[in-house]
Design a protein around this ligand. Structure first.
Ligand code: ZN
Length: 371
């Protein structure tokens, strides 16, 4: 509501040729709005949350301006849109200023909402600096905390690995190990597809359609949860067993526009590499993304000769120069490992910032009895 009012005010100013409304003006308008009968209920809401809505609008505008002027790289960012009460996923963020508190009995105290019981998925390593309460499409509540994580390095190992993320296998390692997504996950994905098809057949506006939509949201949440759990296990294992981990930088937003889009998002590569990255930081491991422009699938990992492009259907090939027979994906993973080692040698200096990590939904714990 606050977000939308502020956005409407800024749009109106823009259309009538007025200057961009400053935060101070918006904040003043917010105070005035509380005095009107239609917006009186805003007084009931924690002030920090209202200011947060304005801050969210600001960062949406900042991203948009940076995108327009070319300061922000990657996909173009659209101007902010009005938020809808119907948005399937809703979130509210409390910063430390809003005085939310984790109580000794494990409940979470939220300003103007009260105490809610939390089912913790893991312990907080330190005091959180903010908490975001999310209601997902299936109507479940999650609390996601931002904590400054102290680093906890594991003993140094000699092993390192290159990982090729692919469509046939979820991941192929440079030692030849191939990881496929587990059966239970594929089964859940199949169920989701069926629920989706059934939804598409229902008449718009019918109560059956509403029922089908809830079912799709339920299956979707299930798939997302299982996938996340599985990816956590896999990424933890990889980080535990290797001192350095190299993956190909997929530029998912670039691939996303092709017909591979669905597979890319289903495979959840970017979520997976993000897990590898923060866990590497946490446990004193090296994580490196290898540039997309390196033709990892065209170069022979044994002799280094570039063999030329190969269609995706070619799963195995023989190097014309040295005669080595290659599995396409294992060869790519070996090249990623070699490139990673080279970049690692060239790199100097280190990142000394503490890892600030956000625990995503499902990782942090779900709320029961949240208002
Ligand atoms: Zn060769």
């Amino acid at each position: 509501m606050v977000f939308n009012d502020a956005l409407a005010a800024r749009r109106e100013a823009h259309e009538t040729g007025l200057a961009y409304l400053t935060d101070a003006e918006l904040s003043a308008r917010l105070t005035l709005a509380k005095a009107t009968p239609e917006r009186a209920w805003l007084g009931e809401v924690s002030a920090v949350v209202l200011q947060q809505a304005l801050a969210d609008l600001n960062s949406a505008y900042r991203n948009f301006f940076a995108s327009v002027t070319g300061k922000r790289k990657g996909r173009k960012v659209a101007p902010p849109r009005f938020r809808s009460r119907k948005d399937r996923r809703q979130a509210i963020r409390f910063t430390a200023n809003s005085r939310f508190r984790v109580l000794d009995n494990g409940w979470l105290r939220l300003p103007k909402i009260g105490d809610v019981e939390v089912r913790w998925s893991r312990d907080l390593p330190s005091d959180p600096s903010s908490v975001t309460v999310i209601m997902d499409a299936a109507g479940r509540y999650f609390a996601s905390f931002v904590v400054e994580a102290g680093e906890d390095p594991l003993p140094v190992l000699a092993a390192d690995t290159g990982i090729d993320l692919g469509l046939n296998h979820f991941a192929v390692m440079s030692d030849g190990r191939k990881v496929v997504s587990p059966k239970f996950l594929r089964r859940a994905e199949r169920k989701l597809r069926k629920a989706q098809q059934s939804l598409n057949r229902k008449v718009k506006g019918s109560s059956n359609r509403t029922k089908a939509r809830v079912e799709v949201a339920r299956q979707h949440a299930k798939v997302a949860d299982s996938r996340r759990d599985w990816q956590h296990k896999l990424s933890t294992e990889i980080i535990r067993d290797n001192q350095a981990v190299y993956v190909e930088d997929l530029c998912v937003s670039g691939l996303g526009r092709t017909r591979l889009a669905k597979s890319v998002h289903d495979a959840g590569w970017s979520a997976f590499t993000a897990m590898l990255e923060y866990k590497a930081k946490l446990y004193g491991r090296e994580f490196r993304k290898i540039g997309r422009w390196e033709p990892t699938s065209q170069v022979c990992s044994a002799c280094g000769v570039k063999d030329g492009p190969k269609p995706l259907s070619v799963r195995e090939w023989t190097c014309k120069a040295c005669g080595t027979v290659h599995d396409r994906d294992v060869n790519a993973a070996k090249n990623i490992l070699a490139l990673g080692r080279r970049e690692s040698l060239n790199a100097c200096g280190g990142d000394v910032r503490p890892a600030s990590m956000a625990a995503g939904p499902g990782e942090a714990g779900s709320l029961r009895g949240a208002a």
